[in-house]
Design a protein around this ligand. Structure first.
Ligand SMILES: Cc1cc2nc3c(=O)[nH]c(=O)nc-3n(C[C@H](O)[C@H](O)[C@H](O)COP(=O)(O)OP(=O)(O)OC[C@H]3O[C@@H](n4cnc5c(N)ncnc54)[C@H](O)[C@@H]3O)c2cc1C
Length: 458
């Protein structure tokens, strides 16, 4: 039996449909939810029709952009999944340096179109992550210290609200500036974004790549790295990874599976200056491998895609950190060195730069003074015996618990299923209060609640 949604021309899937099980798969293979309806939208008219259908039947609604949220908020049990993943078009205006992007686009889609004109905006570090969810939670990536968060580069957005009305968020005349403020970090709480407008920047080849040391050297490498980064200009963004070296083609087979501490750099600016600044890092101690080289920005973006494929089971914990104290470094190095799996890893994003030059209440994304973001990411295969999943969850939890006293806030986009307290913590008191007021204005019944939820006032 097929289900009809009046006015809807896209594909409608129910548990009885062929392709239903494929359609309810998302990036995190550990998420297994069974929506009553999956509505694959072809455009804004379908979004309106599906929302009307859900409202009339009081169905819970989940929004699916790229399907990469680790907590699985692209799916719900029983309700309707508004699946936007077929709406992937990107239009770039090179003269105005802006892009218009549909809500199912992935970072690879936007990077490809923008780089055709030597342009880019801050985006996620994995090309198969969705533009929508990443932008709405804030958006950190290789260009952030130079060009700010992804959300800081969001200039406008078309949004279908819980009342079925279209509003345009933005700061130009006739647009809604409060809604733009909320969308810059407040997630999917305020309606369905059907189109994003981004500012783009010239981004030529970058000086980029990882330098690897043995994991045993991590305490010394991280101290040296910390001291050097105190004078890092905005042109430089780095990410530290601690793991067993992945079997990527660019890494010699002799290193595969060896526990390593890597610092990956991205220098967006004059390469000679970058070479000079990076020399003391790259020559420190005894690097096992140095892959820093000029490369197209798009090549850096795709570099780690294969380390986080679709379908593996993932369990993440994340916290923001202040300065990397000796004690924090030793705790990180100790727990990272206990990793058993070839798939699990820890990452330390270097924040600051342009992000920290806006005040905490400039956008919904609040914690702009955090210096780092630590992710501890457990991963295993769907076919692994349950003990492996338990082991990787335990490694993640123990690592995270040991970092408790160093925690300094949280980034909503890396949150698992951890409850309202940490969502509140992500926004701080005054931003949370403003978000609640805006949620009450735009979505008083909490129609959009399958997300890192900001509850409306009672
Ligand atoms: C492998 C991997 C790498 C990542 N790398 C980064 C990174 O480098 N930087 C970073 O900042 N984050 C990163 N993230 C986190 C990422 O930002 C979040 O997981 C984000 O939610 C992904 O968005 P999505 O559209 O793919 O996900 P989805 O699961 O489809 O959506 C997540 C949520 O976003 C909201 N949403 C989606 N579409 C819409 C819409 N059209 N309108 C309104 N709300 C919507 C909904 O609330 C939805 O539940 C990464 C995640 C993964 C899995």
């Amino acid at each position: 039996m097929t289900l009809e949604i009046s006015g809807f021309v896209g594909q409608v899937l129910t548990p009885a449909s062929a392709g239903y099980d494929q359609a309810r798969r998302i990036w995190n293979g550990a998420i297994d939810r069974r929506p009553a309806v999956i509505a694959r939208c072809t455009g804004t008219a379908d979004v309106l029709a599906a929302l009307r259908f859900a409202r009339e039947r009081e169905l819970l609604v989940a929004l699916r952009g790229g399907g990469h949220n680790v907590a699985g908020s692209a799916l719900c049990d029983e309700g309707l999944v508004l699946d936007l993943s077929s709406m992937r078009a990107v239009w770039v205006d090179p003269a105005a340096r802006v892009a218009r992007v549909q809500p199912g686009a992935l970072w690879g889609d936007l990077d490809r179109e923008a780089q055709a004109f030597g342009l880019a905006t801050t985006g996620g570090i994995v090309t198969h992550t969705g533009v929508a969810g990443l932008t709405l939670g804030g958006g950190i990536g290789w260009l952030m210290r130079k060009h700010g968060l992804t959300a800081d580069n969001l200039a406008s957005a078309d949004v279908i609200g819980a009342d079925g009305r279209l509003r345009t968020a933005g700061e130009a005349e006739g647009q809604d500036p409060d809604l733009l403020w909320a969308l810059r970090g407040g997630g999917g709480n305020f309606g369905v974004v059907t189109s994003f407008g981004f500012r783009l920047h010239p981004v030529g080849p970058v000086l980029a790549g990882p330098v690897f040391w043995a994991m045993d050297d991590a305490p010394a490498v991280l101290r040296h790295y910390r001291d050097l980064m105190k004078s890092a200009p905005d042109e430089l963004t780095t990410i530290v990874s601690l793991r067993k070296a992945a079997p990527l083609a660019v890494i010699p087979a002799t290193l595969h599976g060896r526990k390593v501490c890597a610092v990956t750099v991205c220098w967006v600016g004059d390469h000679a200056t970058g070479e000079r600044f990076l020399r003391p890092l790259r020559s420190f101690g005894s690097p096992l491998l140095d892959l820093v080289a000029p490369r197209p920005y798009g090549a850096l973006q795709g570099m780690f895609d294969q380390t986080v494929p679709h379908g593996w089971h993932y369990y993440w914990k994340s916290t923001e950190l202040g300065e990397l104290t000796d004690e924090a470094i030793d705790t990180i190095a100790h727990h990272a060195s206990r990793v058993d799996s070839a798939r699990s890893y820890a990452l330390i994003f270097q924040l600051g730069g342009a992000i920290s030059r806006l005040t905490g209440n400039a956008t919904a994304y609040a914690n702009r003074q955090a210096a780092h973001n630590l992710n501890v990411n457990g991963a295993w295969l769907p076919e692994d015996p349950p003990e492996i999943g338990q082991r990787e969850r335990a490694w993640t939890r123990e690592f995270f618990a040991a970092m408790e006293k160093h925690q300094a806030g949280v980034y909503v986009n890396f949150l698992g299923d951890e409850g309202v307290d940490r969502i509140h913590q992500a926004y701080g008191e005054s931003n949370f209060r403003r978000l609640v007021a805006l949620k009450t204005r735009y979505d008083p019944d909490n129609f959009f609640r399958v997300n890192q939820n900001i509850p409306p006032a009672p």
